[in-house]
Write a protein that binds this ligand. Sequence first.
Ligand SMILES: [Zn+2]
Length: 600
Amino acid sequence: MKHKIYLSFIILILFLGCSQISDHKSTSASNPEITTDDILGHIKFLSDDHMGGRYPGSEGSNKTVKYLVDYFKNNNIEPIGSNGYLQPFEFITGVNLGEQNNLESKGLLLETYWTNYQVGSDYIPLEFSSNTNVEANVVFTGYGFSINDSVHWEDYANINIDGKWVMVFRGGPDDDNPHSSFTAHTPLRKKALLAKDNKAAGVLFINQAGDTDDLIPLKHAPNSTSIGIPVLHISRRIANELTDNKLDALQKELDKNQAPNSYYIEKSVKASVSLVKKIINVPNVMGKISGTDPNLKKEFIVIGAHFDHLGFGGNESGSLSPDTLAIHNGADDNASGTAGVLELAGKLSANRNLLKRSILLMGYNAEEEGLLGSKYFVNNPTVDLSMIVSMINMDMIGRMSDKKITVGGTGTTSEFEMILKEVNKNHGLQLTMSPEGYGPSDHASFYVKDIPVLFFFTGTHTDYHKPTDDWQHINVQGEKKIVDLIYDLTLKLSNLDEKLVFTEAGPKEPTQSRRSFNVTFGVIPSYGSQAEGLEIDGARKDGPAANAGMQKGDVIIEIGGKEIKNIYDYMYRLAELKSGQTVEVKILRNDKELLLSVNL
Ligand SMILES: [Zn+2]
């Protein structure tokens, strides 16, 4: 089922949807049993077009939150958020132009008047631009390259750009070639960072000849903070004014010779940039079922799933159909896991006399944006984290085939494998156990905090992160089997005599980041942190950063004397380093600067 809906219709549809949805599905506690009807009811409700893909802060997300809260209330589940059932946290939804945006130019010799340009039509600040005023001369620096691998190309080699604007083409000389050796050097951030390293006062990007002269849309990127200098995208019209209409000739020369042709432009440019981030509060949803044992009830088993999804998708949303703006219903990802939390909540609440330990039921928000909700919880817990004996995560449990289910995290305590096998005797599922505690979902946030985790997952599929992830594809009998198993597992964990002992199982950072670089620091970036620099949630034992003395909470602000403002800077700097090298890393710890030597 496809839902291609374009922006002009969205608002209308959201309005029409409201009246129909209110009595769509009651969330009463009518049946505490885990049933296929209930599971499918939850999934249909949550993945309905009217929910708009449950993007954090959207109308559909708010309806989802209400659905969970009502369900908890109706099932006698106690609130345990920071605000009733909710735990709100800050979420950046976008970036807007502020009031003070200005761009002017004038010739150095004859002109006395500034020519004024229009923000939004003549030029636009990039989302990672800093908010500042700069007046300086301009230098043309070609593609803004500093390449020294199979290719040698140094646009900054023989020219002093200290305190000046650089005017730089986007992309590279053979952008049409997907295997171009320049591709790694063309990201805008990387080019801007290089200009800053060469002490540029600011960057003016221009489109290449033959491309449309559209300006880059202003859009917030996850974990983005300012790069530290103003960065603007200017129209080719302005660029031609600045270069006396030489733009085409300059590019032809660059492409032909594949060598720098940087030169000082006899113009001065004055700009002020003002960008304002849109920050809203979005909540996790949390409830508690108290155990019956006077001592053990202080301990918790967390049962959780993220309830957010990609909204309408689009470029940089994480959608795998990025060119289509359509509702991403997320029936499997993760209405299925959310339905699991609800069904378990109902049945566990009705059978609370069977529980010794307490149960913490959680719906995480903004998982798709980098596990933001679960990270916020583990960093701002509403119960003592050391009292959480294990965390069960359900993310995509609606596509079972042949009774197969993958269970991640089975190595995070020595007893999980045995317990799972024993519980499964009554269920006969084909468990594929994987010991690693880290993974691409919310259990990773808990694993990083040394909490034993289990991650239930029926596997990826061709509708993953696409508008076609619809309820019609859900194997509801299969999902019931999984939720039944997790119910028995929860009873078992709740009644164990001894608290489970955590064991480290695999790295505490994404393995992807290790594959794409020659070296690793072995740090866990604190995604969602708005600190300037790279805040870390921890350092892997015996990793280069840990060996150098780096700790959780440290903020990396310089590597090898080069400034780090955010995770993007960090990744570009890391890509330049080689194994065996020792590099000086400046960090902030409790507002004090420290210099550490990291051996890679
Ligand atoms: Zn998911």
